[in-house]
Design a protein. Structure first.
Length: 146
């Protein structure tokens, strides 16, 4: 059974350190600061995230489920990703579970620290990742103009 994510004080501290590293441009290259407009406040909210890239395609994975940034992104339809002084706005398209399964597998292989939050294991068949995809959204990043 997958563990339920809890936003603990330890997680808050780690996130603040990663945000600081991202703003300075010293975080790993696949980390980004995701900024999205709050669905209730209309104010920008930022969280550190990781991206999955393959063959010029990029995805955002929500390994902890439908957290606030996911709900905000669904409403706005776009996100801003930054690293250091570089910032890009992206349109997003949420993938259905069957389409998100290979991306979730890639994510879990790359970021095994998230494994306790998944029912599927790294070597599980794609159908198990599709099951996880029902509660762990995946968004494809596309040019904002398209």
């Amino acid at each position: 059974m997958a563990r339920t994510f809890q936003y603990t004080i330890d997680r808050r501290i780690v996130n603040q350190v990663v945000v600081w590293m991202l703003k300075l441009g010293i975080a790993p290259h696949d980390y980004r600061l995701l900024t999205v407009i709050g669905r209730n406040t209309g104010r920008p909210h930022s969280v550190p995230i990781t991206i999955i890239e393959e063959d010029e395609r990029r995805w955002l994975v929500a390994p902890y489920g439908e957290v606030d940034w996911v709900r905000n992104a669904r409403i706005s339809g776009w996100v801003e990703l930054s690293h250091g002084k570089s910032s890009v706005e992206w349109a997003i398209r949420e993938l259905p579970p069957t389409e998100s399964a290979p991306v979730l597998r890639k994510y879990l292989r790359k970021y095994s620290i998230s494994a306790p939050y998944f029912d599927a294991q790294v070597d599980s068949p794609l159908r198990e990742f599709a099951q996880d995809g029902r509660s762990r959204p995946v968004f494809e990043l596309t040019d904002k103009g398209t």
